[in-house]
Design a protein around this ligand. Structure first.
Ligand code: CTP
Length: 400
């Protein structure tokens, strides 16, 4: 059981915080809701008190003998503000303390998660951009808002992510991982690319994107700002990451090279298709009356990992590759992996034995992490989230 302070600020999305509160209490946490005055214009105090089982106040002059403006922050294991308005982001960034929530933010020494929600113009305003950057620099985990339908007919970035997604971020944070990636920008690719033959058919592969997404979630929990380049992933992407969706290897390449320019670490967990059809048929390829199947001429795709290594300046970003290997007559899984590492020139290589059915789409994994210096770290079979943390442990040693 953790002690959670749920700050709710004045936006229509305050109703979603009621569902987030339910998720926390159902998981057995003790939640104190601290709404702002304007939040109560949207959802009233009785809702928060009934759902949390705790009293609710907005100012510092109620319930004074308990000194709540200091005590709440000091005793919390997590402070989460959802939704966080532009006004509250500004107050938090500037250290104002004009109500109970902002006092709590100043006294809290635990992790702080903020989930902004506002109209796109406000989110993109330079003042808000600067406030978010300040908060992130101080180690606050500011969740990237979703893009989509806003309160009115307008659409764009600014929606509060679903309560389940905010909850998942908070659970990661509550695991108490070290925030040793705070201030670092990491880029993770996930999923498998598709190469189209015609408007309906493509060459693809079995990557679900789970390991890459676990890496993104783990990096968020450790305080990084995360860009997730997602290629046809079949699992939900984490709230809090900047997500760039791609389909083909060429799109993945462009997105990775661009994101890597400002990155401290890059992990190529995606499975790009190695080959693509030489030509794309504008119309669906039809079966021939004579029963002869078409032959497909393939050409090799660019190797993104190699290009990332070649185009970096100096030792930044740290570059991590994955190697899906099977042992054969020419060598063991690790023999092939060592040769691959030498070929690709990355700093770390995470080696997966894919000779069995035990990797693709599975919740767990078993890997060996090879370093450029020649050491080997086996990571015993564990959930992909644990494997992700083991990979970041190895990365952290190189970004410090
Ligand atoms: N990779 C890449 N670009 C490609 C192919 C692979 O960046 N066109 C990256 C993968 O994301 C992974 C690493 O290279 O991080 C190794 O991928 P893997 O499929 O094991 O290696 P290949 O280079 O495809 O080698 P081979 O299939 O010949 O073993």
């Amino acid at each position: 059981m953790s002690r959670i302070v749920l700050g709710v600020t004045g936006g229509v999305a305050a109703y979603k915080a009621a569902l987030l509160l339910r998720l926390f209490t159902e998981a057995g946490h003790d939640v104190r809701v601290v709404p702002t005055e304007s939040a109560l214009e949207f959802v009233g105090a009785p809702t928060w008190e009934a759902l949390s089982g705790n009293p609710v106040q907005t100012g510092v002059f109620e319930n004074v003998p308990e000194v709540p403006h200091v005590k709440l922050g000091q005793t919390a294991d997590l402070v989460v503000v959802a939704p966080a308005t532009a006004n509250t982001l500004a107050r938090a960034a500037h250290g104002l303390a004009d109500d109970l929530l902002t006092n709590t933010l100043l006294t809290a020494r635990c992790p702080v998660v903020m989930a902004p929600a506002m109209h796109t113009e406000m989110w993109e305003h330079p003042a808000t951009v600067a406030n978010v950057a300040t908060l992130r620099e101080r180690g606050v985990l500011v969740i990237e808002p979703d893009s989509g339908r806003l309160t009115g007919a307008d659409t764009g970035p600014g929606r509060l992510p679903d309560p389940e997604a905010i909850h998942a971020v908070c659970l990661q944070v509550l695991q108490g991982r070290p925030r040793d990636l705070a201030g670092q920008h990491v880029v993770v690719s996930a999923g498998g690319t598709r190469e189209f033959l015609d408007p309906v058919r493509f060459l693809g592969n079995r990557s679900s994107g789970r390991q890459g997404i676990a890496l993104a979630e783990a990096a968020l929990a450790r305080g990084a700002s995360v860009t997730l380049v997602a290629a046809n992933v079949s699992v939900d992407v984490p709230a809090g990451a900047e997500v760039v969706r791609v389909v083909t290897t060429s799109e993945l390449r462009d997105a990775m090279l661009k994101a890597a320019e400002s990155a401290d670490a890059v992990v190529m967990a995606a499975a790009p298709a190695d080959f693509r059809p030489v030509s794309f048929a504008d119309a669906k390829i039809k079966k021939q009356p004579d029963g002869v199947a078409p032959s497909i001429e393939l050409t090799e795709n660019p190797d993104i990992l190699v290009e990332l290594v070649r185009t970096r300046s100096g030792r930044r970003p740290v570059i991590v590759g994955f190697a899906a290997e099977t042992g054969d007559a020419n060598g063991s899984v690790l023999d092939h992996a060592r040769a691959k590492m030498a070929r690709k020139g990355c700093d770390l290589l995470v080696v997966n034995d894919v000779g069995s059915e035990r990797t693709f789409g599975q919740p767990d994994n078993e890997v060996t992490i090879l370093t450029a210096e020649g050491s080997e770290h086996p990571v015993a079979r564990a959930a992909k989230s644990e494997i992700a943390h083991a990979i970041w442990d190895a990365v952290v040693q190189r970004v410090e």
